[in-house]
Structure formats: C-alpha cells, structure tokens
Ligand binder design. Structure first.
Ligand code: FAD
Ligand code: UDP
Length: 379
C-alpha cells in the first residue's frame, strides 16, 4: 500500500505527528518501530507481579506549556503527582535539588532562607563565564556541595567529568534557598492516569494509522511506498554514519520486585557517591498503585547499548551540525525527536517540537490552532 507519510519511531515524536497527520490532515500514515511496542522510551506495562513499571526508567510528565498539556489531555486523564527525589550522601537521605533542608541537615546548621542565600554567596566560586556543568554548580553552591551531589553522579551517568559537559546538563537542576523539595518547578505536573502506553494507544487508534512493530526501517525501507518520511531514530544512523558516529549514552536497567509494600520513602533515590548505579526508582510512588509488593529499578550507565541520551558537549554539537545540514538538504525527509535532532529533550519538549513540525507541514498559524484542530489542513 502507498502512504502519504512513513514515520520511523512510535515514541512521542512519531506518535504525535502520526496522530495529527491522520486525524487532522486526513493523511494515511505508516508508523514503524523496531521495538515490539509503542510509546518509545516512555513505554510502561504491568510486570509479572501485576505492578505498573517503566521499562526504560522513570518517566514523570511535567511542562509549562498549556498547548502541550492540552494536546495530551485529549488522550488521557491525569493523576496529580509532584516528583520528589532524595540523594544519599554521607549516610543521610537529603533533598535534591539542594535546598534549605539539604544544607541544614548535611552540615547540622540551622540557617534561615536569608542566611542560606548569604552562605551561598560566600561559598559559591566566581566563574567569569559559565560554560560547563561544573561552572554552573560551583558558581552557585561551591566545591563541597558540588563534589558531594554532582561530581560523582555526573561521572557515573555520563562517563565524563562535569567540566567536560555543556552547562545545560546540570542546569536542569535548580538550587533553592527555601524548603521547596519538588524536583520540577513546572506549572503542570501529572502522571497519565492509566499509564503512558495507554495514552499512546489512544493517540494511535485511528483508521488512517497503520502500525508496523518489531520492524527495523533499515531492513524494509526499499519495500515501502510513501510520499514523505519522518525519521525519529538517530540522525547519524539515517545517513549511515557518513560523518562518523554521534555519541549517545546508554543505561542498563535492572528491574526487580521486592516482597514489601514500600521500599524507599520517595519515588527516586539518587546515589551520587556510592554504588555503580546512579538511582533507584520505586514505581508505586509515581503511579499511586496499591499492591502488597513493590517494583524497583536500578540504573547502571554505560557507553554501549540503546541510545538514550545525546551527550551535550561542544565536539558533539559540532558533529551534529554537519548532520543537520545534510538533513535540511534532504527533500521529503523530516527529522524529529530526541535522537532525530540530537537534543537532550524531555517528553513535553518533544511533543512541542513534533507539534511545531506538524504546524510547518500543514502551514498552520499557531500551536494553539494545531492543538485545537483549527489548522488549514483540518478545515
Ligand atoms: P524515543 O522515545 O526514543 O522513540 C524513538 C523510537 O524510534 C524508539 O521506539 C525506537 O525503537 C525507534 N527507532 C529508532 N530507530 C529505528 C529504526 N531504524 N527502525 C524502527 N524504529 C526505530 N522525559 C520527561 O519529560 N520526564 C522524565 O521523567 C524523563 N525521564 C527519562 C528517563 C530516562 C532513563 C530516559 C532515557 C529518558 C527520560 N525522559 C524523560 C526523556 C523521554 O524519554 C524523551 O524525551 C522521549 O521519550 C523522546 O521521545 P522520542 O520520540 O524523541 O524518542
Ligand atoms: N545530577 C547530579 N546529581 C543528582 C541529580 C542530577 O549530578 O543528584 C546531574 C547529572 O549530571 C544528571 C543531570 O544533573 O545527568 C540531569 O539530571 P536529571 O535528573 O534531569 O537527569 P535525567 O532524569 O534526564 O537522567
């Protein structure tokens, strides 16, 4: 069969574009994924013990974009959930992002907010130009807190010292002087009520969308017939690594079920200094599921394996720029998503990027029109 669009990848980027193109623009769409399931890295499922877990590590939805929230709300109801993380440092479980309680409990101080702000001014090291992930943290909270909370974690997670990584990586984590212990500060913080996979099922449930799972695009591309291609896999793979491989960081997940109702006090505990794993996730905190047992996941970072994280550092950005030029000059092929555009994007950013590409494809005026179905192609 001939399709208007072939889309490689059934994650956020691919599924949002498939949904809009099919339901709003009346296009026929073939969605291909090499994995046996939809939802990309956000895939969740009930394990053998009947506990809802995330196969590729903890996914928490948060955004400041009303358009993204309103778009996804067409496919799921939500469970309010504010994410909290503790870091184990010197035998204590302390709030991360660093806040008033983190500092007071770590050092045995009794600071007020104002006193902590003054303290940060005295311990923060002046950095002329903030370029790296070390600069970001050192300039705000000084060397001791940097070493205890960031340096070891980052070396494990990326196999690189923070001084080798772009500032954008540790800038994801704020520093606070108050007692706010939420991991994210976004306006909308929710989990999909019935899980991420269910939300994706609702997005892809359209007669114009044909799904082809467990299929590698590279192996079937010669047999497919379509007008335009949207590729959300690794951009360097699409071009046969012609300029060399773009580096990605991978993870090895160890999932296990424990015969206790609760394993740890919050959904995620980070281990910046101890162990080879970076963090442990207990899903029942995220999902609100009640169950006599509990499921947890350990994350072991590694170089080889599925590409989960683009690695933000200057040489990689330079190499990506070459692929981007090639991508821009390839007719009828569009690149989207975390791997397709080599960006360390959260789920909401990928949704926004996909809606923006759709807007361009159909010539809509605004994202609001795209979300509300008021784009030209929908009329
Ligand atoms: P993906 O979900 O990676 O989808 C790409 C799909 O393309 C994959 O399913 C892949 O199998 C398929 N594919 C690739 N190549 C081919 C090929 N040749 N043929 C066929 N199919 C192919 N974001 C948040 O907002 N909050 C979080 O808490 C959060 N936690 C995260 C935790 C971890 C451990 C990781 C790794 C990421 C996390 N993210 C989180 C980021 C989130 O996973 C991504 O932003 C989002 O899933 C990216 O969607 P995507 O469609 O770009 O890519
Ligand atoms: N980070 C850290 N210590 C922590 C939490 C985060 O050093 O306790 C750094 C680390 O470099 C990490 C980055 O901040 O990769 C971003 O953290 P985030 O939790 O956003 O990572 P993700 O959930 O994307 O893996």
């Amino acid at each position: 069969m001939h399709y208007d669009f072939a889309i490689v990848g059934a994650g956020y980027a691919g599924s949002v574009l498939a949904e809009r193109l099919a339901s709003q623009a009346g296009k026929t769409v073939l969605v291909i994924d090499k994995r046996p399931h939809i939802a990309g890295n956000a895939y969740d499922y009930y394990n053998q013990d009947g506990i809802l877990i995330h196969l590729y590590g903890p996914h928490i939805f948060h955004t400041n974009s009303p358009e993204v929230f309103s778009y996804l709300s067409q496919f799921t109801q939500w469970r309010p959930y504010e994410h909290r993380v503790l870091a184990q440092v010197e035998g204590k479980l302390l709030p991360i992002p660093i806040n008033l309680d983190t500092v007071n409990k770590l050092y045995g101080f009794n600071f007020t907010e104002e006193e902590l702000a003054d303290y940060f001014k005295t311990i923060g090291e002046p950095v002329a130009q903030i370029r790296t992930s070390e600069d970001v943290v050192i300039s705000q909270v000084g060397r001791d807190l940097y070493e205890k909370f960031f340096q070891g974690y980052t070396r494990k997670q990326w196999g690189l010292d923070p001084s080798e990584l772009d500032k954008s990586v540790t800038s994801r984590i704020p520093t606070r002087t108050n007692r706010d212990d939420r991991y994210f500060g976004d306006q909308y913080q929710f989990m999909p009520l019935e899980g991420f996979t269910k939300m994706f099922e609702n997005m892809l449930k359209h007669p114009n969308i044909h799904l082809m799972l467990s299929t590698d695009f590279q192996e079937v591309k010669e047999t497919l017939s379509y007008d335009q291609l949207i590729f959300t896999g690794p951009v360097d793979e699409y071009f046969d690594h012609c300029y060399g491989k773009l580096p990605y960081r991978s993870l090895h997940f160890v999932h296990q079920t424990e015969d206790v109702e609760q394993y740890q006090p919050v959904a995620v505990v980070n281990y910046p200094l101890d162990h080879e794993y970076t963090r442990v996730t207990e899903y029942k905190h995220l999902t609100g599921q009640e169950h006599p047992k509990t499921s947890i996941t350990f994350e072991y970072p590694r170089a080889e394996g599925d590409p989960y994280y683009p690695i933000p550092k200057p040489e990689n950005a330079e190499l990506y720029r070459k692929y981007k030029q090639l991508a821009d000059s390839t007719p009828n092929v569009h690149f989207a998503g975390r791997l397709g555009t080599y960006r360390y994007y959260n789920m909401d950013q990928v949704v926004a990027q996909a809606l923006t590409l759709y807007k361009k494809l159909v010539g809509a005026d605004s994202l609001e029109d795209v979300v509300n179905g008021d784009s030209p192609a929908a009329k």
